[in-house]
Design a protein. Structure first.
Ligand code: FAD
Length: 483
């Protein structure tokens, strides 16, 4: 009798414990993905509905997974509806003896999985759950009060102290499957935009799927890792792995990345420093996920409660200027336009753009988090809110609120020749390097010779940096603890 493998955020064949075990049993294997937008609302906090960019990614990734499973002799069945009833129905239809899946260490997913388990048990069908997409089980790293660690460095030391994670599992060589099972088509789910079709930039930028994820990792370790520790902060350089959406959808596992990076370091000891830095970034992903395990509603709740009283402002016009990349600060605008076009933004610029929203504009970090959730292809239930809270000062191991990024200095430091701004804000492209991050300081002649008309071809700053900073500090003073 066949075994069903329920795929979720693990859209790959290699290092997939549930698939590996199902294949090793010798049974026929049926892959199943459930497009479930119903179970989620039943229990708070719910599994978040995917944003526009991740819906696009999911469609491509499912097509890639379907092809790989078919090539390996298996199949991928797509169904819609509440996971528990859908999975139990498919299991009955095909006479499955068991359903296997990998855990997602987040309470709403685990609640849905418990419903699946119960529905299967009532039909006497086995469930087997395997370790999910983390380097370390969140229950293995706790403080004295049995909570997730709130400071990154000791957390990462503890992870490293556990030694290498287990070696990744190979993809099953050959699967056997059964035919004739009804399946939706990806197109039926309306995951991709049609009118307007805003996904052109995503298509240009990305190839979702496991093969592309592996190729990207290999290319990065062969060609990109040297100099990573310095280059990773430079948005004008192609200095990072760009693996985040692949990791988000589990097209590659963190332990595959870990072991490949360690292997590269062993091959060439000159890379050791860069590789340690790269792995510590993977550590941040892990840190965010462990926090999420502890605080399932991290996208709604300040990790530091004193921020519950923060006097956020509503300002629809300023919010729209930020979203559209029209704040008048070139580095912020370049980042927001990169995001809209390609579904990602360089990490350094994410920090600057997020800081601008919460500090210069005093807009609640949750509003920005939601925008990123909708527009990022790597929008992650752990990393997105954890990083927003980090920037806003209310998170774990957070940047102190009073440290307000100066968008001009950040631009000049990390995009010194203005290459990043020129790429994403072409109307400023002809300004010289020393003016490109602060066009409002240019003389009328300098502006005219660069064909810039401030207020017409490019906006004046929507808020003055100094005033914005002072207003942010005054707001913060209202909630600062008196200790
Ligand atoms: P690399 O530098 O190559 O890093 C390798 C991997 O490490 C990344 O793919 C990612 O999985 C992980 N990583 C790196 N930096 C971080 C970090 N600060 N926090 C958590 N994991 C990290 N990352 C997401 O994956 N999803 C998000 O939704 C997300 N939202 C963010 C929101 C804000 C406001 C900020 C400041 C950062 C956010 N990040 C998020 C973290 C970071 O910006 C991206 O992971 C990174 O830019 C991805 O590029 P890369 O894959 O080339 O990274």
């Amino acid at each position: 009798r066949p075994i069903i493998v329920w795929f979720r955020d693990d859209l790959r064949l290699s290092d997939h414990p549930a698939l590996h075990e199902a294949a090793a049993s010798g049974a026929s294997v049926v892959g199943l993905y459930v497009h479930d937008e119903e179970s989620r609302a039943l229990m708070p906090p719910a599994v978040r509905r995917l944003g526009g960019a991740t819906r696009w990614w999911l469609a491509q990734s499912l097509r890639a997974l379907g092809k790989s499973l078919t090539m390996a002799g298996g199949s991928l069945v797509l169904r819609t509806g509440p996971a528990a009833s859908v999975i139990a129905t498919v299991a009955r239809e095909i006479g499955a003896r068991a359903v296997f899946w990998n855990d997602i260490a987040h309470a709403p997913h685990q609640a849905v999985a418990r419903e699946v388990e119960a529905a299967l048990a009532s039909d006497s069908i086995d469930s087997q759950i395997f370790r999910g997409d983390l380097l370390v089980d969140p229950k293995a790293i706790r403080n004295k009060n049995n909570r997730a660690l709130r400071v990154f460095t000791p957390f990462w030391r503890r992870v490293q102290g556990l030694g290498d994670p287990p070696k990744p599992l190979p993809a099953p060589k050959r699967l056997t499957s059964i035919g004739g099972i009804a399946s939706d088509a990806v197109d039926d789910w309306g995951l991709e935009p049609t009118r307007p079709d805003w996904a052109g930039g995503l298509r240009e930028t990305w190839t979702p799927g496991e093969a592309a994820a592996q190729a990207r990792l290999k290319r990065f370790l062969d060609e990109g890792i040297s100099g990573y520790a310095d280059d990773r902060d430079r948005p004008d350089r192609d200095g990072t792995s760009r693996l985040s959406p692949h990791l988000r959808f589990g097209e590659i596992s963190p332990r595959q990345v870990w072991h490949a990076a360690r292997f590269a370091a062993a091959e060439d000891s000159r890379l050791a420093g860069d590789i340690d830095k790269f792995l510590s970034e993977l550590g941040w992903r892990e840190f965010c996920r462990h926090l999420l395990f502890d605080v399932p509603d991290m996208a709604d709740r300040n990790l530091q409660e004193q921020f519950d009283a923060f006097p956020w402002k509503r300002n629809a016009l300023a919010l729209e200027a930020w979203q559209r990349g029209l704040t008048g600060y070139p580095i912020v605008d370049a980042g927001m336009r990169e995001l809209w076009h390609s579904g990602v933004m360089h990490n350094r610029v994410r920090m600057v753009a997020a800081s601008f929203l919460v500090k210069h504009l005093l807009i609640d970090w949750r509003t920005g988090e939601q925008w990123f959730w909708d527009t990022l292809v790597d929008a992650d239930a752990g990393s997105n809110p954890a990083n927003w809270q980090w920037v806003a000062g209310c998170g774990a191991d957070a940047a102190p609120y009073f440290r307000v990024f100066n968008p001009v200095l950040q631009g000049e430091k990390f995009d010194p020749d203005g290459g990043y701004v020129r790429r994403w804000v072409p109307e400023l492209a002809q300004l010289p390097d020393d003016l490109i991050h602060q066009p409002w300081t240019a003389t009328p002649i300098e502006l005219a010779s660069a064909a810039v008309e401030l207020g017409k071809t490019y906006p004046l700053p929507i808020v003055d940096h100094k005033q914005g900073r002072e207003r942010a500090l005054a707001a913060y003073a209202k909630i600062r603890r008196k200790d």
